[in-house]
Every structure is written in C-alpha cells, then in structure tokens.
Design a protein around this ligand. Structure first.
Ligand code: FA5
Length: 345
C-alpha cells in the first residue's frame, strides 16, 4: 500500500511539471484528488485493510494528499499570474509603433482665395449679401441699364434657361436686389458662382465673382480706387504691378478694369523660350476686375435720387486672382479635381 501511495505521488509530481495552463491543471486535480481520483480511490480502499494497519496508511495518504493540495495551490497561482500577464501583453498598446496618420482635408484653392477676399472686405466694414444663381433677365440685364437687344449684351455670353430666365452671368444683379430693399448708406459684398458660354486658359464656364458696392452721399472714384488698392496690396503685396485702365460697363460711368502683371511671363508678354504668353495674350497683364461709379440710370430704376446719392461698384474674378497668386497658367486646372494639383495648396 505504501508503494502504491508513493507511485501515485511520483506520477502526480512528474505530470505536474508538464502542465502549461489552468485547464490542464484542473484535469490533473481531477485525476489525483477528484471524487474518483487515484488518491481518493486509495482512501476508499482503506476499509479493506486490516484495522491495525489503517492509521499508518491513513497517515501516509494524508501526507501525500496535503502535499499534492499544496503543490496544486502554488501551481495555480503561478499559472494564473502567467495567464494575466499574457492577456495584458496581448491587449497592450505598443507605444513604439508608428501611429496611423490622420489625413486632413484642405480647402480648395478657389475657396481659400474667396475666403481671403471676403475677410478683407469684412475687415473694411462691408456686409455680405446673396442672390440666386438662376436669375431673371430683368435683374441680370435690364435693371442694370442693359435693355433688350442692346449691343452690350454681347459682353456676356449668356446661358439661357427660358426666354427670360438665365444662369446669372455676373454677381451685379445682387446690387439691384439689395438696393430694392435697403436704403443708403450701403457697403455690401456678394460672393458667388456665375456662368458664361466661355472656355479657354483664362475663361471658365462656371467661375466665381465677388461683387462689391458702396452707396452713400459723396462717394467718389477716389473711394473706389482706395478700397481696391487696399485689397490688391493685401492680396498681392506692394511689389506686384497693378493698373487701372479705362473701360466700359452699361451700369457704371466712368468705368475701369484692373489688371495685374501676368505671372506666367513676368509681365513681358513672351516666355523665356521666345514663345508668346497664352495667359495674357502677349499684353503682359491679366484682367481681374471691372468697376466704376454706379450709373445714374441704375439709381433712377431703383427710385434712388442720383443727385443725392452716389456709389461705386466692382466685380472681381476669383479664379483670375488665384491664378496670379499661385502662378497657375491654365484656369481649367482648378476644376479638374486632380489631387496632385490640389494637394499643393
Ligand atoms: C462683369 O462681370 C461686371 N459685372 C463687373 C462689374 C461689376 C463692373 C460692377 C462694374 C461694376 P466682366 O465681364 O469683365 O465684368 O467680369 C469681371 C471679372 O470676372 C473679369 O475681370 C475676370 O476677372 C472675371 N471673368 C470674366 N469672365 C470670366 C470667365 N469666363 N472665367 C473666369 N473669370 C472670368
């Protein structure tokens, strides 16, 4: 009987060394100490042993049982802490791993320039107004002193929707919409999309304008020139050459256009290889805006007294400003949505 107890103990201890996890340890416990375990069977067997020998074997069995129970306790603690460690390791964050970059979107270059222009005017005290992209002939032309069949309508290659409904060709109709509702003093800008049957390196079918106008008593051309010069200096700095050139618009008198030195050829009209500059068409200048003093006929349509009030207005092309600012030689690049182009801004 003593040998049998010793054999069970030896086997249990040698198998214990092979145990690697808590499931295996439980199987081990059941095999030796469970209800039908090898050691338990030996205890049950005691009743078949002569009564005088029982205390001796009983003591032996108890020693082995206690020994195995202590061993299993220790082993359980070791396995449990190894298990815990493993779980911590597998769920831990490796702070030495390179992080996943968060890709940030950027504003489109036209939006950037639009925001810059709008910000400058807000700082100068202008307010923002809005008008519809689909306009009537009245607001786009007639109220701006451009009657039907007037030759100056050719200045705008208009996209008509119906006979008297069109995609606005400029932001100037917002002047009328505002002045119909409000009385001077007015200092308004109207940023937005406009549409024309135009397409080449400096002309797009859809493009953006910022309209601006100021109406009050004693507003002069000097106010217009001062405001636009402040804007041009803020956008391009003082080094870039800028010129005001006399021009014609039916809704302003006198009228002017503003040109900025062409960035594509540095204002020379020709490229370094002798080819002519297709951006400025050899003029050395790129036109960015039209402006002038609001024509008294426009005021009369709105029942403003032209003897009492005067005002200036301007309309600038945001894509043209962006071309000059970023050195872009083809306006169509802004609308191709090529990420290689857009990511540069
Ligand atoms: C006008 O649209 C007038 N409404 C501007 C104005 C407002 C004059 C108030 C006087 C008083 P114009 O057609 O020249 O004018 O256009 C103004 C600017 O828009 C141009 O100087 C140019 O910078 C830009 N532009 C014109 N056509 C295009 C086009 N197809 N693509 C991109 N930009 C254009």
């Amino acid at each position: 009987m003593v040998e049998r107890i010793k054999a069970v103990e030896d086997e249990a201890i040698s198998r214990l060394n092979e145990i690697k996890n808590l499931q295996e340890l439980e199987a081990w416990r059941i095999r030796y100490l469970g209800k039908k375990g090898l050691l338990t069977e030996l205890v049950k067997n005691l009743k078949n042993i002569p009564t005088e020998d029982r205390p001796h074997f009983g003591k032996n069995l108890n020693i082995t049982k206690n020994k195995l129970e202590n061993i299993i306790k220790e082993k359980r603690v070791t396995l449990e802490s190894a298990d815990k460690e493993k779980k911590i390791k597998s769920s831990a964050v490796d702070i030495t791993m390179p992080g996943k970059g968060i890709k940030r979107g950027k504003l489109h270059p036209i939006t950037q320039v639009m925001n810059e222009v709008v910000d400058i005017f807000l700082r100068l005290g202008f307010s923002i107004a809005d008008g519809p992209d689909i306009e009537t002939d009245y607001y786009n032309f007639e109220a701006l002193n451009i009657p039907k069949h007037h030759a100056s309508r050719d200045m705008w290659s208009t996209l008509y929707i119906e006979k008297d409904t069109l995609l606005r060709t400029h932001t100037s109709p917002v002047q009328i919409r505002v002045m119909e509702k409000k009385k001077p003093p007015l200092a308004i800008i109207a940023p937005g999309k406009v549409y024309r049957r135009d397409a080449d390196v400096t002309h797009s079918t859809v493009f953006h304008q910022v309209e601006g106008f100021m109406v009050d008593k004693n507003i002069t051309f000097a106010d217009l020139k001062g405001t636009l010069t402040a804007l041009l200096h803020a956008i391009f700095g003082k080094a870039k050459r800028v010129r005001f050139r006399p021009s014609y618009f039916p809704f302003t008198e006198p009228s002017a256009e503003v040109d900025v030195e062409c960035v594509n050829c540095g204002g020379k009209g020709k490229l370094s290889n002798g080819e002519s500059c297709r951006v400025c068409k050899e003029t050395g200048w790129l036109e960015i805006l039209g402006c002038g003093m609001i024509d008294p006929n426009v005021f009369k349509n709105l029942k403003y007294d032209p003897d009492k009030y005067s005002g200036y207005a301007f309309g600038m092309g945001i894509e043209r400003i962006a071309m000059l600012k970023f050195g872009i030689s083809d306006i169509r690049l802004f609308f191709e949505n090529d990420l290689r182009f857009l990511k540069q801004f």
